[in-house]
Design a protein around this ligand. Structure first.
Ligand SMILES: *Cc1c(COP(=O)(O)O)cnc(C)c1O
Length: 371
């Protein structure tokens, strides 16, 4: 039986042409593709400035450094996210404070936010989880009231929109990832986007070891080298040229899944708020009955269908143990599952995965009736 992966990239454009150009011209480290990819990606996000980084994680790290978040500061982070969102806060010496997420769209719940704000709070990182944007207006209003920065971890949401505006343009700055499983990939890679030119310039300075532009080997502070290569950017530019098509595929695939699975009482489908464009990075569902998720994962794995469970909540990780009411993130973490969402998926694959999920639920229903 054909193996169906959770994520799969697609290289159908100018990838090889641009990569060859890097080799033939010997521009493998810095080069014109970096600049072109940054410019085009900023445009894609409806902002004016972008600076690249070696990963989504280093992009977030550079951004927090440039915003001067430091020891003694607190940063509010959604409890349900990939671990990098919390780690970067620690990298700069600050403390991540976790807040519960919305039960329907799985992003930071604005109602759970204010109780997490203290005198030390400096910023809020929102995460547009699985491709659905967070409820930005309410979050930005709360931040404004308390004089806090808002930044977006948009690593899972390239092209998603809030009230017709692209993610990455909805706050002070946004970060993206181009690792292998993300919507477009450069192998590893990341980007910071912002309308604030001087902020983006500052991330460049930090990312070049604070080197002086006037005096050779003079460094005004301790910086980093998290730079992106021309080779990565060549791949990225070719990917970006076809991203609109890829997003159409993701959305079409999600609709197809939802049409097959919509009549299952035990499944909560991924949602799309009226103000949102969900790009369905990973098509993810939640099983409404506890204990079913892992059984379903095993059932699908035995049939060559790869899935992913939702993230373990940050407050449960050994380095971040934290008390609080995390009802939704706990429930989602235990019962959420991402189905195959790769760009090479066919309609037949989606029908096959859906009918296998339905078969599992049917056999489960029969078993539970017997008991
Ligand atoms: C992928 C991801 C990151 C980190 O990106 P890398 O490129 O893997 O470093 C950060 N946050 C979220 C929400 C992600 O999904």
């Amino acid at each position: 039986m054909e193996y169906i992966p959770v994520a799969h990239p697609l290289f159908l454009g100018n990838e090889i042409k641009y990569l060859n150009d890097c080799i033939e011209t010997s521009w493998v480290s810095s080069g014109k593709y970096v600049e072109r990819f940054e410019k085009q990606f900023a445009k894609f996000c409806q902002v004016t400035n972008a600076s690249s980084a070696s990963s989504g994680t280093t992009a977030l790290h550079l951004l927090l450094l440039a915003l001067e978040i430091k020891k003694g500061d607190e940063v509010i982070v959604p409890d349900l996210t990939y671990v990098s969102t919390a780690n970067v806060v620690r990298y700069v010496g600050a403390t991540p404070i976790f807040a519960d997420v919305d039960e329907n769209i799985w992003t930071l719940d604005p109602n759970k936010l204010e109780s997490k704000i203290s005198k030390r709070t400096k910023a809020i990182i929102v995460v547009h989880l699985y491709g659905h944007p967070a409820d930005m207006d309410i979050i930005n209003d709360i931040a404004k009231k308390h004089k806090l920065l808002v930044i977006e971890d948009a690593c899972q949401a390239h092209g998603a929109e809030y009230k017709s505006k692209r993610v990455g343009s909805l706050s002070k700055a946004g970060c993206f990832s181009f690792s292998g499983a993300k919507t477009i990939t450069t192998g590893e890679g990341g980007m910071i986007v912002s309308k604030d030119k001087s902020l983006i310039e500052k991330t460049r300075v930090i990312n070049s070891n604070y080197v002086s532009r006037k005096r050779n080997f003079f460094h005004s502070d301790i910086g980093y080298n998290f730079r992106f290569t021309n080779i990565q950017a060549a791949l990225g530019l070719a990917q970006l040229e076809r991203i609109d098509k890829m997003l159409i595929t993701k959305i079409r695939n999600a609709k197809l899944y939802s049409s097959f699975l919509g009549d299952e009482e035990l499944i909560q489908l991924p949602q799309q708020k009226p103000w949102a464009k969900n790009v369905f990075w990973l098509y993810s569902i939640v099983l409404k009955k506890a204990g079913l998720r892992d059984k379903l994962r095993n059932y699908l794995a035995e049939r060559n269908i790869e899935t992913r469970p939702f993230f373990v909540p940050m407050h449960k990780l050994p380095m971040y143990k934290q008390l609080g009411n995390f009802h939704n993130s706990n429930f989602l973490s235990e019962n959420g599952i991402s189905l195959p969402s790769g760009l090479t998926l066919t309609s037949e694959n989606i029908e096959h995965v859906s009918s296998t999920v339905k078969k599992f639920l049917k056999s489960y229903g029969k078993k539970s009736q017997k008991v």
